[in-house]
Design a protein around this ligand. Sequence first.
Ligand SMILES: Cc1ncc(COP(=O)(O)O)c(C=O)c1O
Length: 458
Amino acid sequence: MMAGPTAVATERRTRVLHRSSRETPPVAVGGHGAWLVERGGREVLDASGGAAVSCLGHQHPRIVEAIRRQAGALCYAHTSFFTSEPAEALAEELVGGEPGGLVQAYFVSGGSEAVEAALKLARQYFVETGEPARSRIIARRQSYHGNTLGALSAGGNAWRRAPYAPLLSEAFSHVSPAFAYREQRDDEDEAGFVARLAAELEAEFRRLGPGNVAAFVAEPVVGATAGCVTAPPGYFRAVREICDRHGALLILDEVMCGMGRTGTRHAWEQEGIAPDIQAVAKGLGGGYQPIGAVLVSGRIVEAIEAGSGAFQHGHTYLAHPMACAAALEVQRVIREEDLLANVVAMGQRLEERLVERLGNHRHVGDMRGRGLFRGIELVRERGSKAPFDPALRLHARIKREAFARGLACYPAGGTADGRSGDHVLLAPPYIVTPAEIDLIVDRLGEAIDAAIAGLPAR
Ligand SMILES: Cc1ncc(COP(=O)(O)O)c(C=O)c1O
């Protein structure tokens, strides 16, 4: 008799290939505001919106109703035949005012797709404008741009890249991140640090041959891989100047830090510059539907109009009407209810409470971020900034301890160099209340203490 798959199958706890094959996570069955509800009724305070996604919290009645309305009218129409009312209205909402010279929006299904499209659009721009030699992309170490192969090639996180290295494109190279806590030298002030980073980027353009570079890509505030790292003042102005001088495009990846997360709709508004191409996702649809977008500047749109007449790209679910309808309502709620004012106010409260609770903690090396996008970096020793042994997986222990206390936060490892280092990322919803901010900090403080106390004795 054949040893059939059924013998094995009956022993499986789940048919879903989960993130970890060692455990099946609890089942989420509901939510309200900043809270998620597990089967059985336990409520978990969602302090990170998953991975900085749920900007309006859960089950917001206006978004649920907008989805219901759109489902009743039209669920899908392929973009090679039709446009849709929600897609047109969402584009108007995002780029109707031409922020920073961005004039059109291209809708995809998530962040990685947005980054892929941004990279290809940059390349096509130079094919259209008669500079086909421009095929190189410069990105930064310790960045994350997504997990599809193009986006992963752009990303500079050693651990995420390692298993797939043979598949990654050699069109990408990486310079140092603007990560002051880890990269700024003791004998250097902020201006000196910015000047050194600018010189390194300039040198990379020269090494590649400036006429060969299509774009520089960066997250204005680095999210998942480094824990809410803001750049020092002047850094992005220097980057913009170098790209302009060499005729290359600036792509900003605001998939995580954009759409209001840092207190302005776009994080670049606080840097005094604007990109040529921008990727957004997470906070665009707030998790109500999978959606991402590429926002495109006038000169790129015009080059395609004057050239081939079409962006040579596409997916089946481009500008999905359900996704666009949900994102449109998310953006309207944020604007009409002036929620960015709450992002700024609650961001300040979160910063103050974190400083009170963890500012003198012997294992907290740095706290950083902007608005409701905050990172806490853990170190074994503050003076030397030495990280914990990565084998201890402190970040995973913190996540477990926090979850046991009814707090979902987003810890990760590899903070220092892609392999060692631990941080916790917080990204509560824009509707978070002062009491919830205090609860987040209380529970996180306890979780960090418990995780460190639980480390094996050395
Ligand atoms: C900055 C950045 N870019 C791209 C991505 C990829 O987005 P997605 O996971 O939706 O594909 C992420 C996801 O965390 C991100 O943080």
